[in-house]
Design a protein around this ligand. Structure first.
Ligand code: NAP
Length: 271
């Protein structure tokens, strides 16, 4: 256990129980204006980290940042298109200058451009690849030197159950399967520097993204939701906080022996 971690002993149970508070660090969460990214940013701030909330538009992160600050946390809104190399370099430099060297990175920014293969445009293919895969690559490459210097890093990438294949999502499924290979490779390359890389593959999580899917296929969201829930073993939909809890664990110092894994969070088993 690191000598920088804070420890306290609880004696009220009559047993020596170590409670553990992680070293405060600098975290970057992309796509943090709403949905899963906002929940992850809020959770990491509650864990004691300073959080840079990155999204396309700096203004759109105001709600996430204000909510963190209202609870006494530290946060910075940064506008950046994660698929733009120069913008990513500038954003990471700004985070390092304003908050400190980032050693936690959650690659969460994402978009959908669903269509059946024969109707899918090249633009829809490229945009999905660029935001998910190129974005995660550019962000990870820009942040890794800070992690290597610190001999500590936690990279958490958002994959999806769609990585296993999903009708109308050849672009998204390919990108999310790609995120898994990318994650495993980062784990292999960066492990010796104290850096872990893991992926979370959510199933149905209630966010603007899944509302947009219901709208696109012309189904009322409640009906869409109920139909999906009927297939989920735990009998409920996922919430952004379900994913934030996993990201929180993976970012912890004590998760240092978990690397290169894909954690499916879908309320039941996935292959
Ligand atoms: P969401 O509500 O649509 O939020 C995604 C956020 O990413 C938005 O704020 C969006 O900004 C931002 N973003 C898009 N393109 C960006 C770019 N180029 N640079 C920076 N930010 C960008 O989605 P979500 O449901 O929370 O999903 C978050 C992640 O989880 C995604 O990677 C998604 O694929 C994955 N996931 C979600 C589910 C689910 O059921 N919701 C399931 C599996 C995996 P704008 O609003 O301006 O576009």
């Amino acid at each position: 256990m690191s000598d920088t971690a804070e420890h306290a002993t609880a004696s009220h149970t009559g047993m020596n129980i170590d409670t553990h508070r992680d070293t405060p660090r600098i975290a970057i969460v992309t796509g943090a204006a709403r949905g899963i990214g906002a929940a992850v940013a809020t959770r990491l701030a509650a864990d004691g980290h300073s959080v840079a909330a990155i999204d396309l538009d700096e203004e759109s992160c105001a709600q996430t940042v204000d909510a963190i600050k209202a609870k006494g946390g530290s946060a910075l809104a940064v506008g950046c298109d994660v698929s733009d190399e120069a913008a990513v370099a500038a954003a990471v430099e700004r985070v390092a200058a304003d908050l400190g060297a980032p050693t936690i990175l959650v690659n969460n920014a994402g978009i959908l451009r669903d269509n059946l293969l024969f109707k899918m445009s090249v633009d829809d293919w490229d945009m999905v690849m660029n935001v998910h895969l190129r974005g995660a690559f550019l962000m990870s490459r820009a942040v890794q030197s800070h992690m290597v210097d610190a001999r500590f890093g936690r990279i958490v990438n958002l994959s999806s159950t769609s990585a296993l294949g999903n009708r109308g999502q050849s672009n998204y499924a390919a990108a999310k399967a790609g995120m898994q290979g990318f994650t495993k490779t980062l784990a292999i390359e960066l492990g010796k520097f104290g850096v872990t890389a893991n992926a979370i593959a959510p199933g149905f999580i209630e966010t603007a993204m899944t509302r947009a899917t219901a709208e696109r296929i012309g189904v009322d969201f409640d009906a869409f939701r109920q139909a999906l829930i009927s297939q989920i073993p735990v009998g409920r939909s996922g919430q952004p906080e379900d994913i934030a809890a996993i990201a929180s664990f993976l970012a912890r110092e004590e998760a240092g022996f978990v690397s290169g894994q894909v954690i499916y969070a879908a309320g039941g088993p996935k292959d």
